[in-house]
Design a binder for this molecule. Structure first.
Ligand code: CP
Length: 303
């Protein structure tokens, strides 16, 4: 398997210096985009986006990022493909590789799917989310957003709250923010926050109000009902009462503390609309930062 910068399969394959270089390049790209300067780094290349699972933000921002680097984009979706005739993941990926894509951005519901593909194709493989394992480009754009809001992240207390057990975003963020020296605190009900998560070097709390004390930033996670095959909390209302970020809880945070959410949101469950659309929300800044960060990733892996 090619490792970063040949592929980006997970934050686990990055060193702190790699993350810092990507943050610096994303800042360059963000400035260039704001000034209307075009890049031709990937001119003549085709970037394939292979989404075996639905997406709004990740797919579109990889698409925007590839085009902003001068590449053409080949957009493949499971629906309407020969998967319905029984074609395998590997055959699908090998065929798209044979068409001549320079990079493949892959999202799949199974952990390890992009890693498997990476062993069998020439193209650079970028993991756009695999099962509950990793979502490295999300963590990198989150780190970019946090650095813009807070500066140096060393020693900063970042609370990541909600459905940790099903969250690839939580795992990638824990690794990425720890590399940058932040103290990550995972918070959620015990059914959604198994004890093994502390092995990622994070503190664990089952009391949201206590976890929020002294927080420098708060990242709320979506309750992933589609990955639950049994009830993991009594009701959405009970969950919102104990673990939802509402105006009363947000008011106890210091004024400069940003609130993040990778999206999509369950408004009224893990976060209220007042907070999601309020002055501390960095949620659309995260989306905006997805384009320059994904430009930095594609450039590192495929230029
Ligand atoms: N944050 C995120 O991965 O969103 P999408 O599922 O819309 O890509």
């Amino acid at each position: 398997v090619k490792r970063f910068p040949g592929d980006l399969l997970g934050i686990g394959s990055l060193q702190r210096a790699d993350v810092e270089r990507l943050l610096a390049r994303a800042a360059d790209h963000k400035k260039a985009l704001a000034e209307g300067r075009r890049s031709t780094t990937l001119a003549g290349a085709v970037v394939g986006t292979l989404f075996f699972e639905d997406s709004t933000r990740t797919r579109s921002s990889f698409d925007f990022a590839a085009r902003a680097l001068g590449a053409d984009v080949f957009s493949w979706s499971a629906s309407g493909s020969s998967l319905s005739k029984g074609e395998s993941l590997l055959d699908t990926a090998r065929n798209i590789d044979a068409l001549g894509v320079r990079a493949m951005v892959i999202r799949h519901s199974s952990t390890g799917a992009p890693h498997l593909v990476a062993r069998h194709v020439r193209a650079a493989v970028v993991n756009a989310g695999d099962g509950t394992n990793e979502h490295p480009s999300q963590a990198l754009l989150d780190a970019f957003t946090l650095v813009q809001r807070l500066g140096d992240l060393s020693g900063k207390r970042i609370v990541i709250a909600g459905d940790i057990v099903h969250s690839r975003v939580a795992r990638s963020n824990a690794r990425c923010l720890s590399l940058l020296g932040a103290q990550v605190v995972f918070c959620g009900p015990p059914t959604l926050l198994p004890p093994g998560m502390a092995a990622l070097g994070c503190q664990v709390s089952y009391d949201f109000d206590q976890a929020l004390e002294g927080a420098d930033a708060v990242m709320m996670l979506r309750v992933q009902l589609e990955r639950m095959n049994q009830a993991m909390f009594p009701s959405a209302r009970e969950y919102a009462r104990l673990f939802g970020l509402n105006p009363a809880r947000a008011a106890r945070l210091a004024p400069q503390v940003p609130v993040l959410h990778p999206g999509p949101m369950n408004r009224g469950v893990e976060i209220t609309s007042e907070v999601a659309d309020g002055p501390r929300s960095a949620i659309l800044q995260q989306v905006e930062n997805g384009v320059p960060m994904r430009m930095a990733i594609l450039e590192a892996c495929a230029a």
